[in-house]
Design a protein around this ligand. Structure first.
Ligand SMILES: [Zn+2]
Length: 58
């Protein structure tokens, strides 16, 4: 999905869980907020994407 179902914005970020590699932390996608690091605590209810416009997650 590339559009936010709430506000229709296209500035969606993917939320990644687990321990990020140094390469990932330094990547352009993280700096541009295309990837959000969700930490290493994973539950089945954790959202996978977040809208950078309205903060909506799912
Ligand atoms: Zn949104």
């Amino acid at each position: 999905m590339t559009e936010c179902p709430k506000c229709g914005g296209s500035d969606m970020a993917i939320i990644l869980y687990g321990l990020p590699s140094e390469e990932l932390l330094d990547s352009k996608k993280v700096k541009e907020k295309k990837i959000i690091l969700g930490g290493c605590c994973v539950s089945k209810d954790n959202p996978k994407q977040e809208c950078n416009d309205c903060g909506w997650r799912y």
